[in-house]
Ligand binder design. Structure first.
Ligand code: ADP
Ligand code: ZN
Ligand code: ZN
Length: 716
């Protein structure tokens, strides 16, 4: 044996083990968390050092190159990676790959982008630039302005080489610009007593692993609470992470943090790979103090993280839907415990899990029961539409209410959780309907351009002119989507400006921002939209919120459907009457006796949650059990079922309960047949034990993909 060191490397492949590599004696031993280039099979890959081992009989191949002298991933993240692999029963190689930004995965060096600023040194050019007219021009500009920022170069029609030349000649001095974080000396608002109590409760736990549930109605000033606590964090030299469901949809939130602290970094799907890696590195090195990000930001590295906030903690977008199916909310809590820092979960409609954790005393709870600034909560009213003739989803009574609110100078928000024109295109002669060729799903009709679109796989085609089954040419549009609701409103209120906000219209963030700005000017207007409207917008002049159809959500098969629907209704309702004007919420239903709906309108979200808690307890569903969903998918139906059967066979008898196997609610999607089973256990440890056995059996079959979704949030 020689004295070569051996490192354990996580390679970016869906493999459940790390691999040992010899470090040649000519190389410094890379630290844990550093990237290395290693041979793997026939190729060379970029892996991460996950550990050191002194001797190994597995190590045959050698590290080819060490990419980082200092760890790219700090130890808390390499620890977290191991925890993630165990908890989500996910291949360790893939976990490490998920932690790294795309550029880091490709082996790009960890160097920071620098925004440079050039200052005039005070010297005159004294003929030095006589033969360089462009440099002279740059110099004139610089002398006039005193300094020029890199970001201004294009606007000034200058380039870096011109200014670099000035530096060489002693006429300019360059400096790297760092974001400047600060804390306000005075605050605009005087905190309410409840806000002040929440701030001091949370602040008192800085430096301890405490999770707080900040349960505050929409508009109660939760964001204000976050800002005050973060100010304390910054004063003490710490960093803060704020997780939000969607950044592009809520530019105001980011603007508010930037205005408060002078700077704030953002991490979201709109970033380029270059920006992403840069923000990531600057958080790791403590240059950024405040990071606002969507789901994946929970995996960002920090030098001195002191607080994590999860705003709208109930939101489903915090759960990753494929690959490493983590919940950013749960991971935030885990990171808080590992780093011994507080985590604040804020929501007007907390998840049943978080409510239960608060109830059992695991989370500290702060309540903001009323709106900040004196606005009142909107009144809710149920409209029984049984037996009524509806005009594309609108009852006459609802139209009357819209008239009244528009006449009174208010704005109206119509919520319908379905984009497109109509969810079903039906032949009026033979009842044929348009279905997706690749999925077990109906196609949604979209207008302008006329297309039938599958909301599951993205397939689209032109609508038929004649029925493919009987040749007749008369079709009926069944149901109402946002486009159709907008059409109905356009006919009835031709002079009132309308704004449609759904995934089809918000592809352009600029357009959304322009629309929101126009809406905030406050003149009478009608907004039609999907759940995108529920997300945190402050729309002070909306006085009427209409929920066109509350039934579909409450009746859906998924066990979380009632919770999700109640949250949506309360969140959309929360857009109404946020300013001086009181708001009203109208909810149309064919099912006015629905227990969920009655609980919600009579006793609010808290009453609904108390009811739903009993339902979950009786059904032994989360938070009263731990659940994993196991799914198999294949182009060949029998193969998927075959492997799922085998997988379920590896589970130890007695420890867990299995519901299924059964076809997935969308049993075929993008030409893949899908079947699934829920595995339940009253104790989480039993579930993990069972899944460990499953993992150890390494089930596989050609042409079948299978996955474990721990703590699934929906079963579609
Ligand atoms: P949330 O995050 O709970 O929806 P925000 O923090 O956005 O609530 O506050 C809602 C509105 O009330 C904002 O316009 C905010 O500026 C204002 N606000 C917050 N706290 C106060 C306060 N203590 N006094 C007056 N207005 C406040
Ligand atoms: Zn037909
Ligand atoms: Zn499809």
């Amino acid at each position: 044996m020689n004295a070569n060191a051996v490192v354990e490397v996580a390679v970016p492949r869906p493999l459940r083990t790390t691999f040992d590599y010899i470090v040649p004696t000519t190389m410094a031993v890379p630290p844990v968390g550093a990237r290395v280039r290693v041979p793997f099979g026939a190729v060379t890959v970029v892996g991460v050092v996950a550990g050191h081992s002194r001797v190994s009989d597995r190590a045959e191949k050698a590290v080819e190159d060490v990419l980082d002298e200092t760890p790219l991933l700090p130890t808390d993240l390499t620890d977290l990676a191991r925890w993630l692999a165990r908890y989500y029963h996910h291949p360790i190689g893939d976990v490490f790959a998920t932690l790294l930004p795309a550029k880091a995965r490709r082996g790009v060096p960890a160097t920071l982008l620098k925004e440079v600023v050039w200052h005039w040194t005070g010297q005159e050019e004294a003929g030095k630039l006589a033969r360089a007219p462009r440099q002279r021009e740059a110099f004139e500009r610089l002398r006039n302005l005193g300094s020029i920022f890199e970001s201004e170069l294009a606007a000034l029609a200058l380039t870096r080489p011109h200014l670099a030349a000035l530096v060489d000649k002693g006429l300019a001095r360059s400096a790297v610009l760092a974001p400047r974080y600060g804390v306000p000396e005075t605050w605009t608002h005087h905190l309410t007593a409840e806000q002040a109590a929440a701030v001091s409760t949370i602040t008192a736990t800085l430096g301890t692993p405490t999770t707080h549930l900040l349960d505050g109605v929409t508009g109660s000033g939760k964001t204000e609470v976050y800002l005050r606590v973060i100010a304390e964090v910054l004063r003490a030299g710490g960093q803060a992470l704020v997780l939000v469901p969607e950044i592009a949809l809520t530019p105001q939130t980011t603007a508010r943090f930037k205005a408060c602290f002078g700077a704030a970094a953002t991490l979201h799907s709109g970033n380029t790979d270059t920006q992403r890696f840069d923000v990531w590195l600057k958080c790791a090195r403590g240059i950024h103090k405040v990071l606002i990000g969507t789901r994946s930001a929970v995996l960002a590295p920090f030098e001195n993280l002191a607080l994590i906030v999860v705003d709208e903690e109930h939101d489903g977008s915090f759960k990753q839907g494929d690959g490493l199916r983590y919940s950013a909310r749960d991971l935030a809590v885990k990171r808080g415990q590992m780093l011994e820092i507080p985590v604040v979960l804020g929501s007007a409609t907390p998840s049943l899990e978080s409510l239960e954790n608060a109830r059992r005393g695991r989370y500290a709870r702060s309540v903001l029961p009323s709106r900040a600034g004196g606005a009142s909560m909107p009144a809710m009213r149920i409209v029984d539409v049984r037996g009524l003739r509806l005009d594309r989803g609108f009852s006459e009574a609802l139209h009357g209410a819209i008239d009244r609110h528009l006449d009174a100078g208010g704005q109206v928000l119509v919520f319908i959780n379905r984009r497109g024109f109509a969810p079903v295109l039906l032949c009026s002669t033979c009842a044929w309907y348009a279905a997706c060729e690749h999925c077990d799903a109906k196609l949604t009709l979209h207008r302008r351009p006329d297309r039938l679109r599958c909301h599951h796989c993205g397939h689209s085609r032109a609508p038929p002119r004649t029925c493919p089954a009987c040749g007749a040419s008369a079709f009926v549009h069944v149901g109402t989507g946002t486009q159709r609701a907008e059409e109905a409103l356009a006919e009835r209120y031709p002079d009132v400006p309308r704004y449609r906000i759904d995934r089809d219209t918000t592809r352009s963030v600029r357009r959304l921002e322009a629309d929101l700005a126009a809406i905030r000017e406050g003149r009478p207007a009608i907004l039609v939209g999907t759940q995108m409207l529920a997300k945190g917008h402050h729309l002070p002049n909306v006085t009427l919120v209409a929920v066109l159809d509350s039934d579909a959500g409450f009746l859906a098969a998924d066990f979380r459907a009632p919770e999700r629907t109640a949250q949506l209704i309360v969140q959309v309702a929360g857009r109404a009457g946020r300013a001086e004007r009181p708001g009203e919420v109208w909810i149309q239903t064919f099912n006015p006796d629905n227990a969920n709906l009655m609980a919600l309108t009579n006793t609010g979200y808290a009453g609904f949650a108390a009811n739903e808690r009993r339902v979950r307890a009786d059904a032994r569903m989360p938070p009263f059990s731990a659940v994993a969903m196991i799914r198999a998918e294949s182009r060949v139906e029998s193969k998927a079922w075959g492997l799922l059967g085998e997988i379920l066979g590896t589970l130890p008898a007695g420890a867990v309960e299995v519901l299924g196997p059964a076809p997935a609610p969308v049993a075929r999607r993008a030409d893949h047949h899908r079947c699934q089973a829920l595995v339940l256990a009253s104790r989480r440890a039993d579930l993990h034990f069972a899944l460990d056995q499953l993992e150890a059996a390494e089930p596989k079959a050609a042409g079948v993909r299978w996955s474990i979704d721990l703590d699934p949030i929906d079963t579609f």
